[in-house]
Ligand binder design. Sequence first.
Ligand code: APR
Length: 227
Amino acid sequence: MDRIVVLTGAGLSAESGLGTFRDAGGLWAQHRIEDVATPEGFARNPALVHEFYNARRAQAAAAQPNAAHRALARLAGRAPVTLITQNVDGLHEKAGAEAIHMHGALSRALCAACGHGWEAPATMAPEDPCPACAACATRPDVVWFGEMPYHMDLIADRLAECTVFAAVGTSGQVYPAAGFVQEAAARGAHTVELNLESTDVSGAFDAHHTGPASRIVPEWVDRLLAG
Ligand code: APR
């Protein structure tokens, strides 16, 4: 039985109505990364950062998983599958699957002073005190540029033992996630890229399925489960 690792990116949730980062009109065309996705930006203007994530948290709360999320949940129920997501929208869980959240989650809050984590309220503000240490250092529990992604040891273990590695809806521009395909390929895994278009790392994959995730992911899962 194949041991499957699937890395997901913003393109998986595009058809659920959530914006991607680098497509035309994407989040990084509307906001400066250095203002809303770095520790320095948070230190400079925490209110702006909370405003950015409060809006994304509300959109994610209202969003529903699409056929691609549901297909991956179906796969995870039938085969040894590890879902690793760069997304923070929680749609894998809404579809009934568990995912390794390497970039954190909009549904979680974190205290920048003591490291305490808790379930985030719908909206957060800089003056919200940490429930553990009372410091006013509440931040979204998402990983910013310049910070170490979560669960990297577990991810390395799963990449080392997988026989199939797939990347769905990610542009392959942000490391370490963009390098996972090389790690899996080096161990002999068959690698597949599922995306609307080719990416910077398409050349690293053995196979490619091109089209909207809501169509190509269920088709890919059906073929995998048909054996
Ligand atoms: N179906 C399949 N793929 C799609 C779809 C779709 N409907 N719509 C867009 N895509 C693809 C795009 O072609 C692109 O390759 O999804 C990818 C989105 O790329 P990005 O916007 O760069 O998102 P992602 O790769 O997840 O970004 C990685 O960068 O800014 C950080 O932390 C942020 O987790 C994010 C990381």
